[in-house]
Write a protein that binds this ligand. Structure first.
Ligand SMILES: Nc1ncnc2c1ncn2[C@@H]1O[C@H](COP(=O)(O)OP(=O)(O)O)[C@@H](O)[C@H]1O
Ligand SMILES: [Mg+2]
Length: 391
């Protein structure tokens, strides 16, 4: 017999039942209820149950947290929840029993930026009649970020592959053009003065253009070349101080105030120093570019769960929402003379260090780049030596 049927019978006969039995039964019910409440509250998902009257019947802590509903829960309606109209319609359909299951995704920006997966199911009674809807929300932000990073890494890999080919294909003809220009230079010496000067002028222009092409190819190759070198234990604070020294005059010139909050107790950790330094420089450079008319550049280092976190914040104009997902793309730039390779290089270096980067930007307020690196140490090596032929 199900609980509800049992309770109905129990109530019918309530007058005839001995009070002690009622008490025992009620306290066992209370125990069971608190067990279910405990489970409901400790679920990693956010759960909201809507009743026939569009009211929230039940909501757990995670759902309140995800949707910032703390103060609203008591007796509130579906319209108080920050769902967009299409989701509200799905919930209404589920309440009416016209759909069984609906899944989708939802992006919330307050109180935290989260991507939530959403599942709406119809709540039915024992007669299979719809009496409400259950909404289950799961936080898939990290999964999404990870997927985006995977996609970016794939892009970098294919670009590197392409780069090798491009260098090979372009390098040879450029060389050959250079050689032929030299030959032409020599041949024209036999011509009359006027013609010779004219031709030499053209040749000089061509030579300059070839040098430019060569520079473009070299910088492109620089961006995609495989990272080489030995990982050593280095001090990240020192790297940041050095980068700031490089930019010292420019920061001053642009009236940018620098605020440092470096954790001096940070241990050294394994890295390729030149590469990490390059990554930090690229991020600082962007922050400076974003603060043409002065501002504050804040840098902090800290350690959390064996991970080193470097935070670089500017008070620039921020990054438009539609550009946020593109800033790591090769050649994406919003600057007149930008290469669009800076952040791609940062990304590549971090992948090499098993780290990653996070960005948070609010338009009109500023941007924060968070570099997260594993704090790896040199492994002690225990060598097994054989003593056979010694001494
Ligand atoms: N701190 C920042 N503030 C605002 N926009 C930024 C910031 N950092 C990066 N960006 C945006 O990301 C784009 C790509 O950056 P990057 O890869 O370094 O290339 P580039 O600096 O050559 O444009 C920039 O053009 C800019 O639009
Ligand atoms: Mg840049």
């Amino acid at each position: 017999m199900s609980h509800s049927v049992f309770i109905e019978k129990f109530i019918e006969r309530l007058g005839k039942i001995d009070p002690q039995r009622i008490e025992r039964y009620l306290s066992s019910l209370a125990e069971e209820l608190s067990l279910f409440e405990g489970i409901f509250e400790s679920m990693p998902e956010g759960i909201i149950v809507f009743g026939k009257n569009r009211k929230i019947l039940l909501i757990n802590h995670n759902a309140e947290k995800y949707l910032d509903l703390k103060e609203l829960s008591g007796g509130r309606l579906i319209d108080d929840v920050a769902f967009d109209d299409s989701i509200k319609k799905m919930i209404m359909d589920a309440i009416q029993g016209t759909i069984d299951v609906f899944t989708g995704e939802l992006e919330v920006t307050y109180p935290a930026h989260r991507i939530l997966s959403l599942q709406v199911t119809s709540l039915v009674d024992t007669n299979k009649l719809a009496i409400g809807a259950v909404v289950i929300l799961s936080d898939i932000t990290e999964k999404k970020i990870y997927q985006q990073q995977l996609a970016r890494n794939e892009k970098i890999d294919s670009l590197s592959l392409l780069a090798g080919g491009v260098a090979h294909e372009l390098g040879n003809p450029i060389n050959s053009i250079g050689i032929h220009l030299q030959l032409i230079e020599r041949l024209v010496s036999d011509l009359g003065q006027k013609k010779r000067e004219k031709i030499i002028d053209h040749v000089l222009i061509l030579k300059e253009e070839i040098r430019r092409l060569d520079r473009i190819i070299q910088s492109f190759l620089g961006a995609v070349r495989p990272i080489k070198g030995e990982f050593e234990e280095e001090d990240i604070n020192h790297i940041i101080e050095e980068a700031l020294k490089i930019f010292g005059p420019e920061l001053k010139h642009r009236h940018i105030e620098v605020k440092k909050d470096l954790d001096v107790t940070l241990p050294g950790f394994l890295m390729l120093k030149t590469e990490i330094s390059q990554a930090i420089i690229n991020i600082i450079k962007n922050a400076m570019d974003a603060m043409n008319h002065g501002g504050v550049l804040s840098l902090s280092t800290s350690i959390r769960d064996d991970k080193i976190v470097v935070k670089i914040t500017d008070t620039g104009p921020g990054i438009a929402q539609e550009n946020l997902s593109r800033i790591f793309d090769p050649y994406f730039t919003t600057k007149e003379f930008g290469s669009g390779l800076g952040l791609m290089i940062v990304q590549k270096i971090l992948v090499q260090h098993s780290g990653h980067i996070e960005v948070e930007s609010r338009q009109g307020i500023g941007t924060t780049f968070k570099v997260i690196l594993p704090c790896r140490k040199k492994k002690r090596q225990f060598l097994i030596t054989s003593n056979d032929n010694n001494e």
